[in-house]
Design a protein around this ligand. Structure first.
Ligand code: C2E
Ligand code: MG
Ligand code: MG
Length: 810
């Protein structure tokens, strides 16, 4: 059954109404085209003109009749005179004229009768004269009677042959007298008729003026009527348009209602209608599907049956405030279904009002978005938290850092950013496996969480890098204390399954606003501070100083210039002698690279070799150094002694990048007519620890070609004896750090003695680096060390100076 409440405001589209409302009324009116209007006006004027002509004709009809009467009366007068003239001129001889006179008298009779009674004379229709002329007519008729008798009498007399002149004259006199009277009467009649004519003329003129006035009045009335008609037509057209529109609206409304009804019943969105007090008056099937309440159960109940209790009073207050103010509210609510399941619904509530503005009902449309919200929350969590350690990831860290900076900026407070990098974490991964590495990282995150306040942020940026955001830290001391605590906490052994691991941490600290005002600045600086901690020997923290940036800037500049240095021929090799301690002979030298920078002067290898390694240019630089050293070896073999050897330092990065081509190097030696033993390759212990198959092949190829291998900086790394055997090392170079503190009875001399004994046992020769004093040399000699290298003999010098040195020391 269709619902019994007004769904239209909710469901009905108002598009058709808009369409009808936009029908142009003027357009309908314009159907009464201008041509029709002109035609109408023309017809009206024609009608008016016709009426005028009709009126004029009727007026002029009397006027013409009067003119005809005047004409006839005039003829009557002439006739009277004609009769007299003819009578008086009649003679006996002329007896024939009597008939003419009698005809004239008969004509006179006829004319007079016509004037009295109306009729046709002389072919003219005349009407009988009006009563005002009756008196004159009677007089005229009476006189005519006398005149007629007189004329007949005169005719009789004149017809007598015996009548004399006197009689004739008398006859003439009375006929003349009668004729004169007749003339007077006829003229009086004519005057009377002319007066009437003139009166009629005046009347016609008056009537014409009246007609003119009436015409003007008619035209005015016509204009007014037209205006009124136009307004009426307009109203009529509007009415027609409205009726049409209403009809279409009604049709559309019916269609909409049908559709709304369908939607209501079949919608997957739940719909609920309540009265103003919140009592449910209607629900659709989707409502029952979501809430579990059937229509029967829901009707009459209050919406509060769905309350989950998750929202506080303030939440509902805000909702009602919005409903009362705007009639609308939308948002997400946690509700509870009949079976107790809590769900989130996304609801839109609208209000329908009565004509008097009171609330008729409220309509709620909602859908269950629980799954969507849960999956969104999961996605959000996955996107913002590190899945391994559960702490915020780089993205959330970035957001929190931005937020912390904004808050600090507002409160003009200070905050600290700490960057932590675990030292040698790679070794844990390599030796204990990545699973254990992961466990260690989790433990690190947990320990960090315990060290900081709940309001601080611990985040993992990736790998073994963690960060801390410490807000409201006015005192640097507090941060430093925290860093010390963290160093200590993280240095505690980690129980990883059966194994125990220990690590240290390098930390950098930068402060807002002291070291940067933007997240980028703070991050860059904290990175520099952390690297400074690494460089200073790890297991410590460093606070950022501007000096670090200068160093970094310098490095960046060097890195930039490094690309061109090789092409520009800016590298140079210096040579440091390696002296056979027992004889004092110089049989070897170490080639040490320098960069002759156009602006900075001579730059030592420690300042650019690490960049060259990072940038991958080390392969080309190392290649150049080998070829240059070999060229120099060939020269000195010729000029100084034919078994002279030059040591060349080879970076692990050269091996790793796969850029070291032993065949090319051997080919180069061959081209210089050198045997393999003219070169010693100096490698570090680290290379052997990470040795790949490629490294082993390279070293094997060197050994096969007679190139010897020296293990540089021995004692600073893992110093594994098994490596010495495995890779057929020829020389051990005791690191300078052991040599510089050599003194009798010290641990260092014991260590050097142990290294020397062990090396000799394994068939290796020993070179002591950094020999600066005679005492050191003597102690080393006593310990059985084979070779010495250091400032005591010579600092590294260019090839030319070295040649001189060789000649002088020979
Ligand atoms: P290294 O191979 O251990 O070289 C010995 C370093 O000790 C040289 O520093 C040398 O100048 C310095 N030295 C020698 N005798 C004494 C002494 O009596 N007292 C003191 N204080 N120092 C002494 P240098 O030339 O700065 O080289 C540093 C490091 O740079 C080298 O250490 C080597 O690892 C690397 N290196 C040098 N040249 C090259 C090269 O061509 N390729 C590669 N990959 N690395 C190179
Ligand atoms: Mg070396
Ligand atoms: Mg060394």
């Amino acid at each position: 059954m269709a619902p019994q409440f007004p769904l239209t405001p909710l469901f009905m589209s108002d598009a058709p109404q808009q369409h009808i409302a936009s029908l142009p009324t003027k357009h309908v009116i314009s159907r009464l085209s201008t041509a029709r209007k002109i035609m109408g006006a023309f017809l009206c004027l024609l009608l008016l003109a016709g009426a005028n002509i009709f009126l004029l004709q009727s007026l002029l009809r009397d006027f013409h009749a009067m003119a005809a009467t005047v004409n006839v009366a005039g003829k009557l007068r002439i006739l009277s005179q004609k009769i007299a003239v003819e009578t008086m001129s009649l003679s006996v001889e002329q007896g024939s004229g009597v008939a003419e006179i009698e005809r004239s008298m008969r004509t006179f009779d006829v004319v007079l009768q016509a004037l009295i009674h109306g009729g046709t004379v002389f072919g003219i229709d005349i009407q009988k004269l009006r009563p005002p002329h009756d008196e004159l007519l009677k007089t005229l008729e009476l006189n005519w009677g006398g005149y007629r008798q007189g004329v007949q009498k005169a005719l009789a007399i004149l017809a007598l042959p015996a009548s004399g002149t006197a009689e004739k004259t008398a006859t003439h006199q009375w006929v003349g007298g009668d004729a004169a009277r007749m003339l007077g009467h006829t003229e009086a009649l004519i005057d009377s008729i002319v007066d009437e004519h003139q009166a009629a003329q005046r009347q016609v003129m008056t009537a014409l003026y009246a007609l003119l006035f009436v015409d003007a009045l008619i035209l005015l009335l016509g204009f007014v009527a037209r205006q009124a008609f136009n307004g009426w037509t307009q109203r009529l057209a509007n009415l027609i348009v409205r009726i049409k529109r209403d009809k279409q609206n009604l049709k559309q409304a019916k269609a909409d209602f049908r559709m709304a009804s369908l939607v209501y019943q079949n919608s997957s969105e739940a719909m609920v209608v309540t009265d103003p007090e919140g009592v449910i008056v209607n629900v659709n099937p989707a409502f029952s599907a979501i809430t579990g309440y059937s229509a029967n159960e829901a009707l009459g109940a209050k919406l509060s049956i769905l309350h989950s209790g998750r929202h506080d009073a303030a939440f509902y207050q805000a909702m009602w405030q919005s409903l009362l103010a705007t009639g609308k509210w939308e948002g997400e609510i946690w509700n509870r279904s009949k079976d107790g399941r809590e769900y989130v619904e996304r609801i839109v509530i609208n209000t329908s009002y009565n004509d008097d503005g009171s609330v008729q009902c409220r309509i709620g449309l909602f859908s269950d978005v629980t799954q969507k919200i849960q999956s969104e929350a999961l996605i959000w969590r996955q996107a913002h938290y590190d899945h391994l350690t559960g702490v915020p990831n780089r993205k959330l860290f970035q957001d929190r850092l931005d937020g912390a900076i904004a808050r600090s900026s507002l409160s003009r407070g200070r905050m600290a950013l700490v960057l932590l990098d675990l030292d040698f974490f790679k070794e844990v991964n390599d030796t204990m496996g990545h699973g254990m590495g992961d466990e260690l990282l989790k433990e690190v995150a947990a320990r960090l969480g315990k060290c900081v306040r709940a309001t601080d942020t611990v985040a993992r940026l990736g790998g073994d890098e963690f960060t801390l955001i410490l807000e409201e830290v006015e005192d640097t001391e507090v941060v430093e204390r925290l860093c010390r605590d963290i160093l200590q906490a993280l240095a505690q052994p980690y129980q990883l399954a059966e194994d125990v691991a220990s690590i240290s941490t390098s930390m950098g600290v930068s402060f807002y606003p002291d070291d940067g005002r933007t997240a980028q600045e703070l991050l860059t600086n904290v990175d520099l501070a952390m690297y400074a901690a690494k460089e200073r020997g790890r297991n410590q923290f460093c606070c950022f100083t501007p000096q670090m940036r200068q160093t970094a800037d310098k490095r960046r500049r060097l890195l930039r210039d490094l690309v061109n240095a090789l092409r520009e021929g800016q590298f140079v090799l210096h040579y440091q002698p390696i002296v056979e301690l027992s004889t004092g002979y110089i049989r070897k030298a170490e080639a040490l690279i320098r960069w002759n920078h156009p602006e900075l002067g001579l730059v030592g290898p420690v300042d650019f070799i690490p960049f060259a390694e990072d940038a991958g240019i080390i392969v080309k630089i190392g290649d150049w150094a080998f070829r240059e050293a070999a060229r120099q070896a060939a020269l000195w073999r010729k000029s100084y002694c034919n078994d002279f050897q030059i040591s060349v330092n080879v970076s692990p990065a050269q091996f790793m990048a796969g850029g070291l081509s032993d065949t090319e190097w051997l080919g180069h030696l061959k081209a210089l007519d050198l045997t393999g033993d003219s070169i010693v390759v100096e490698i570090t212990e680290g290379l052997l620890m990470d040795a790949t198959a490629q490294v082993s092949r390279n070293l094997l190829a060197f050994r096969d070609a007679g190139i010897q291998v020296a293990l540089d900086d021995f004692g600073t790394g893992y110093s594994s004896l098994s490596y010495l055997k495995k890779f057929n090392i020829d020389y051990i170079k005791i690191d300078r750090s052991f040599v510089c503190n050599l003194a009798p009875g010290t641990g260092d001399i014991a260590l050097c003695e142990a290294i020397i004994v062990m090396a000799h046992r394994l068939g290796l020769k020993v070179i002591a680096e950094g020999v600066e004093t005679v005492e050191q040399r003597n102690l080393l000699m006593q310990a059985g060390c084979d070779y010495g290298q250091g400032h005591l003999f010579s600092a590294p010098v260019d090839a030319e100076s070295f040649s001189t040195f060789l000649v002088t020391s020979a």
